[in-house]
Structure formats: structure tokens, C-alpha cells
Design a binder for this molecule. Sequence first.
Ligand SMILES: Cc1ncc(COP(=O)(O)O)c(C=O)c1O
Length: 420
Amino acid sequence: MSEERLALFGGEKAVTIPYVEGWRRITEKEKQIVSEMLEREEITGVPEVVREFEKEFAEFIGTRYALSQCNGTSTLLAAYFAAGVGPGDEVIVPSYTWHASISPILHNNAIPVFCEIDPHTLTADPEDIRRKITPRTKAICVVHMWGNVVKMDDIMEIAQEHNLTVIEDCSHAHGAEYDGEKVGSIGHIGCFSLQGSKAMVAGEGGIVVTGDTELYERLLICGHYGRIEGDLVTDRYRHLAPPGIGYKFRAHPLAIGTARVQLSRLAELNQKRTANFAYLDRELGKIKGIEPLTVYPKAKRGGFYGYRLIYHEEEVGVPRERFIEALKAEGVDVSPCRYMIYHLHPLYQGYNFHGKGCPYNCPHMKEYQPPGEGSLPVTEDVYRRLLALPVFTEPPEGLLEQYVEAFRKVVENIDQLKTA
Ligand SMILES: Cc1ncc(COP(=O)(O)O)c(C=O)c1O
């Protein structure tokens, strides 16, 4: 086989088709619903459209309750509050996630205890969760990263054994399933971001679901001034109305109007992304040193907030950064993962939040041991191997084939990178 010159050294680029995402997030239908709501001046409170959306979303997920909020971060803060997470408690959470899965634990005055991820699925490792349980553990938060579903039967088994609340962060995985159940309905509370780059967008927004009346009532009193009295199911918390505990997490009605239309398009979007991801997984998986994410046998991916690959430098022969440089020169939109691993962030190293010693108002804080470098070896190792590619919903004809060709070309001609 004759050597092909890599684009980095002046050869022809493997990717010649410009990447333009065909999928339009905002269509005439979104514009229409927002304009109708504006006409009716439905710009605050909880108009019918919001109630309809919550009903439809709860039905779609398969939970009794759904509550719209201003963003995904607030759904997590409310979820921890609802679960009774408070001073002295620990919550087990992966370090590899978005910060919003973790920082709300602090703001409920509790301690995040970081767990490993499985290095092939990038989702919370049930065995490591088991190892991290102490008498103070109150809840587990798992994240369906990039739409790839957590091994939920193991998680629920652990939770049942230790009487823990499971919070599913489903912000990357709208419509994903495990064993035929939608994510968000398997744990005790499911949190979804509806931010503008997610699989279902409100622009800024979130929605939290649960099947449990007590949890729902606690979600309500956490952030829903104005609807607490009317929406409480029992009298347990009625004395706290109208303000509840005082946050305001109500969603903007126009954002929720947008999300309502998006729910009707989700199945089509998931179908397209499923086909494109399956093609890339199959074809890129044939290339030496490139590992697509493993999907658990009972899992069905959905949402697909991003496409990640695991890079094995020891097989390919050059450091990840050099490989990325060569791929970029070929025209591939590729980068290291923009998400962080949070156990090494200053906030979790005992950061002096209020000038009073530590960020946490937790009785056990004096015993807190910051999780240092090397404390999550699996997470730290796989994080350094990640390659991030765009979500391809409606890529132009031939683009995915060119991407695969670019990977193949760089790997097969890797010697050029070694000698240069
Ligand atoms: C895993 C995860 N959880 C929570 C959030 C927070 O959502 P929001 O930006 O709507 O507050 C995000 C946002 O990207 C996320 O990726």
C-alpha cells in the first residue's frame, strides 16, 4: 500500500465536506407556540401550556409527577433537598460529569464523595459505589453521560440494600432506556436539563420527575412559590406555603412552550442520532487504538449529548494531542473532552469559600480528606484518553464516511507523526 501523505504535512485532506448540522433546533412550530403565548401574555406563572407539558413529559418518562424548572442545575439542587440530603450527609457521585451534578450537594451542606466511572461506558461504576458507602451516605447521583445509560439494575440493588435515594442526572439522555424503562423513572428522582444545546431545548430550562408523592412535595416546596398550596397532594408541608423554603426555580413559560414542541420531535432526533452513532461506532471500532463506548446489554441510548471515543496511545503510537492535531489537519472536528473531572477542582480540595475554612457547612467537615490526584485512577486515566466529536444529527451525505476515512488514514500513516 502506497503511503498517503497526512494533511498535516501538505497531503490532501480526508474531510472535504463542510460540517453543517442540518437539524434545526427551532422550527416554525416553536415560533408559533411562543408567539401565541406572547399574544396571550403568558409570560409568567404556570399557564396551561406548562401544565400540559409537565403532564406529557411525566407520561413520556413513565412517572407520576413532572415539575418544570428554570434550568437543570436547579433540578439537581431541588432533588438533593427532596432526598433529605443535609448537614452531615454524604452523596456518592462520579467525578466525571458536569459540575451541576456535584456542586448542589455542597449547597445542601453535604459532602460529595466521588466514585469511579467504568472506563468503557464512562458511567458510574457500581462496584466503586459499593466501596464508597459509609453510614453517612444518603444518596447516589448517577449520570447517563453522553446518552450512554448507567447500569441501573446494579445501582438500584445497592440503593435498596442501603436505603439510599437514587438521583438520575438525565441531562444528556432524553428518551434513553434501561431494560425497557425510560431513564429518569428508574431511580427515585430524574433530573433533566433543557438548556439550548440539549436533545430537547427550552433555551434555558429543566424538568424533574418522580413517582413518589413525598419527594414531589419536597421538590415543590423547594422552589415553587405560587403553586405550592394548589399542587401539594397532602397536608404535610401546607404550613410552609406560600414560599416553601424560599428558592424560586419556576421556569419561564415561553421556554417551556418551546420544550413542549421539542418533546414531539425527540423520537425523530433520537432515531437519527442512533443510526449515525451506530455507524461511527461500528466503523471507527475497526481502527486500531480507537475504542467506541460500550453500551450495557439492557441499555438503549438516547439524547446523545455528545460523541466520545477512547484513544489508546499505546496501540496507536503517538500522544493523544498529536493525534488530534493530525486529525484536525484532515478536517475532523475533534478535541479533548471539554468536561472536567471534578475531584481535582479547588472547590473539592477544601476551598476557602467564605473565608471560614471550607465551603461546606457540614459537621463532619473537619474530617474531610480532599480527594487528591491518584484517588480515582480509572477516571483519571480514561479522562486523558477521550476524544470528543460533534453530535451528528443530520450530517451532509458522505461526511461520516470521510470522518472514518480520516481516522483510518492517520492511524495507518502514524509513522509520519513519529518521525516528524
Ligand atoms: C450532566 C449535566 N447535568 C446538569 C447540567 C445542568 O443543566 P443546566 O445547564 O440546564 O443548568 C448539565 C448541563 O450541561 C449537564 O451536562
